[in-house]
Design a protein around this ligand. Structure first.
Ligand code: SF4
Length: 417
């Protein structure tokens, strides 16, 4: 064999090798596209219940659906993928979910290929998840709150049968972005879970213990949002934002996070929810007072104005402590808008104790309140308490509180304080 022959053979071999590599890449990219093409023309709808945390998590689900090739629709009848992102905080919200899922039975019969998924706080409770599977056999996917980031996997896997997965705890997912649905406001999750175990609340059982995101990851996400110049407002989210960083043990605190976010160049305003009175410390109030970017508004759930009821609720502050925080806020941030939440008809609450709630509302003159009737949640301490209050009394109390609230707002509007 001459040298020229060897050169020819080598050249042919090289050409063959290059062609082979390119064809493999082409085939694999086709396979990837094909996976998404599979869903092209298909539509999804997400029905979200409950708090802002859920609304924000639905933004993650929307991103996943669109990555898989689905497009959004607001009509359940034309959707190929129907997702219920549920809330467990009140019995009424759960009943609405059961009703709405049940109503899909006919649709699934007519179009057996649609995928129905139920996820969120309700399905993080194993008992409820099993109840859904038993009662609504046409539901394809039941997922807990810690599995949401893997939703794409479950959609693919659904072809092999019904899917149920509930992880007990999970890390905060940093890998899947959000399809931000709000036009002006960008939600940013800074932590998940809660360590407080208020006796009426299901959150610590379905969202796990507090887990804070690393400050550097939060700052990176906010810088990206600010650079997009699409959002005027950024809202930090967490069940108890004031205890941000305590689990990280690296010196992170909520006040430091707020002040570091304010150092980011750009035109945006900053706010947060939700605060717990026992953790709203002076350093946080000082940062809100000092930083121009932070909106002068605080939502500070009081829940009751009576110390015995607050202790039964395991809120770990007293009426006096709550009022002292309000005083400090008003002294340091005179124009601060303060809003609150109240629960009436907590087990054993007497008429006199309820009047303490009315008197607290009268004294503080909030800029707005949300009033709820106590709703027993399965698995919580309060559910098992003696002295549950009847529905009629709860209704009367909540109406009295709302009437008072209306009068206060009218007074404020008329300038008589
Ligand atoms: S602070 Fe209390 S009410 Fe709020 S999420 Fe935690 S346990 Fe529930």
């Amino acid at each position: 064999m001459t040298k020229t022959d060897i050169r020819h053979i080598l050249t042919i071999f090289l050409i063959f090798l290059v062609c082979f590599i390119f064809s493999q890449k082409y085939i694999s990219s086709l396979a990837k596209i094909d996976k998404n093409l599979y869903n092209i023309g298909m539509k999804y709808i997400i029905i979200t219940y409950g708090c802002q945390m859920n609304v924000h998590e639905s933004e993650k689900l929307a991103y996943i659906c669109e990555k898989l090739g689905y497009t959004p629709t607001d009509k359940r009848e034309e959707a190929d993928l129907i997702i219920f992102n549920t809330c467990a905080i009140r019995e009424g919200a759960e009943d609405r979910v059961f009703g709405n899922v049940g109503a899909l039975k006919k649709l699934k019969k007519m179009r057996p290929n649609i995928i129905i998924a139920v996820c969120g706080c309700m399905t993080q409770k194993e008992q409820t998840a099993n109840y859904i599977l038993r009662t609504f056999p046409f539901v394809d996917i039941v997922l807990g709150t810690f599995n949401l980031a893997n939703f794409a996997h479950y959609i693919e896997a659904v072809k092999t049968g019904r899917q149920l997965e509930i992880l007990k705890e999970g890390e905060i997912d940093e890998t899947v972005p959000y399809k931000r649905s709000d036009r002006d406001n960008a939600w940013v999750n800074i932590m998940q879970g809660c360590n407080n175990f208020c006796t009426y609340c299901i959150v610590p059982y379905v969202r796990g213990r507090e887990k804070s995101r690393k400050e550097e990851n939060i700052l990176k996400e906010i810088k990206e949002i600010v650079e997009q110049k699409k959002f005027k407002k950024i809202t930090l989210l967490g069940q108890n934002v004031n205890s941000y960083g305590q689990d990280l043990k690296d010196g992170s605190t909520f006040s430091k996070l707020l002040s570091d976010i304010c150092k980011i160049d750009g035109d945006f305003s900053l706010t947060f929810m939700t605060s717990h009175p026992k953790d709203l410390t002076s350093d946080v109030i000082d940062v809100i007072a000092k930083e121009k970017k932070i909106l002068k508004e605080i939502h500070l759930p009081a829940q009751s104005g009576n110390n015995r009821i607050l202790a039964l609720m395991n809120r770990r502050y007293t009426r006096e402590k709550y009022l002292s925080i309000i005083k400090e806020i008003r002294e340091k941030i005179p124009n601060c808008k303060i809003t609150s939440d109240f629960i009436v008809g907590f087990p054993t609450e007497t008429e006199e104790e309820f009047k303490d709630t009315l008197s607290l509302v009268k004294e503080v003159k909030f800029d707005g309140i949300f009033a709820f009737m106590y709703s027993p949640r399965e698995g919580t301490v309060a559910e098992k308490m003696e002295g549950q209050i009847d529905q009629k009394t709860k209704k009367r109390r909540v109406n009295a509180l709302l009437r008072l609230e209306k009068e206060i707002q009218e007074e404020k509007r008329n300038g008589r304080k």
